[in-house]
Design a protein. Structure first.
Length: 58
């Protein structure tokens, strides 16, 4: 679960500015390499609880 949170955080930070999310629509699918070298895709986590953690830098 910790890896999934890290990957989602990294993906959100790297997401293109043009991508728009519409409330009520599925999130855009993306894939990232984990710290262990495994490729994890958001759709692989379907049916599981996914926590999005937003970091605020000033």
């Amino acid at each position: 679960m910790r890896i999934a949170i890290t990957l989602l955080t990294m993906a959100l930070m790297a997401a293109p500015a043009k991508a728009q999310t519409v409330v009520g629509q599925p999130a855009l699918d993306f894939s990232l390499e984990s710290l262990d070298g495994d490729l994890i895709t958001l759709s692989d986590l379907q049916g599981q609880v996914v926590l999005l953690f937003f970091l605020g830098y000033t």
